[in-house]
Design a protein around this ligand. Structure first.
Ligand code: FES
Length: 238
């Protein structure tokens, strides 16, 4: 059974004066071992004080996002064998305050998500049974609804790095998702929320968000769609 070396970011702001990396050697104890399973091994067998987040262990909840060997990814969907033989370096998500080790404060990220009003605003009373939608209308909000809010895009975004108030790719992807929805009737308000100093125009179309998205979504394209809608509104009023 081969051994793998893990360098793991460690920091407890309550007691440590500076962050450090701890090195652990863990066995490749099963075929397809994921980074998340290795972190659980380290926590259970080598250092019970290691802190990280995880829940579903199958790429659904988004809580295990972290920086692994140079890229933001989900630890539960990343097999150690994919990462080469030079070992694994694990760090927390960027642009978010470290609470401890690999656990970051997600509050600012979710505050931006809440700000864009991530729910339908149809502007009329709900129908007795449901809002019908054609297959074509539904296709317009796909695949953005697959976003699991893991924040890989947020952490990889160079604009977020320099402007902490920038709404960021995830919140803007959701703003676009609702702006596209045939059941929503609040485009003016949605555009007002994102057409501002820290909104859509701050995106420099660098595509880092698209590159790291574990669900292969296109936040850059969604932001471009919002820019088009906002410009059309300004020029033609609709
Ligand atoms: S633990 Fe849920 S996405 Fe990885």
């Amino acid at each position: 059974m081969a051994d793998i070396t893990f360098k793991v970011f460690r920091f407890d702001p309550g007691t440590d004066s500076a962050p450090r990396f701890d090195t652990f050697v863990a066995p490749l104890f099963k075929k397809g071992l994921t980074v998340l399973e290795a972190l659980f091994y380290i926590q259970e067998k080598l250092d019970g004080s290691l802190a990280f987040r995880a829940s579903c262990r199958e790429g659904v909840c988004g809580s295990c996002a972290m920086h692994i060997n140079g890229k933001y990814r989900l630890a539960c969907e990343t097999q150690v064998s994919e990462l080469g033989s030079d070992g694994v370096i694990v760090q927390p998500l960027g642009h978010l305050k470290v609470l401890r080790d690999l656990v970051v404060d997600m509050e600012p990220f979710f505050a931006k998500y809440k700000y864009i009003k991530p729910y339908l605003m149809p502007g009329s009373p709900s129908p007795e049974r449901e809002w019908p939608q054609t297959v074509g209308e539904h296709a317009k909000v796909m695949p953005s609804i697959d976003c699991i809010l893991c924040a890989c895009c947020h952490a990889s975004c160079t604009v977020t790095a320099t402007d902490p108030d920038y709404l960021g790719p995830a919140a803007l992807l959701w703003a676009d998702r609702f702006a596209r929805d045939s059941r929503d009737n609040s485009l003016d308000e949605r555009l007002r929320l994102v057409d501002q100093l820290h909104g859509i125009w701050r995106c420099h179309t660098i595509f880092s968000c698209q590159e790291v998205c574990p669900k292969d979504l296109d936040p850059t394209g969604c932001i471009a769609d919002l820019k088009r809608k906002a410009m059309k509104r300004k020029l033609f009023g609709h």
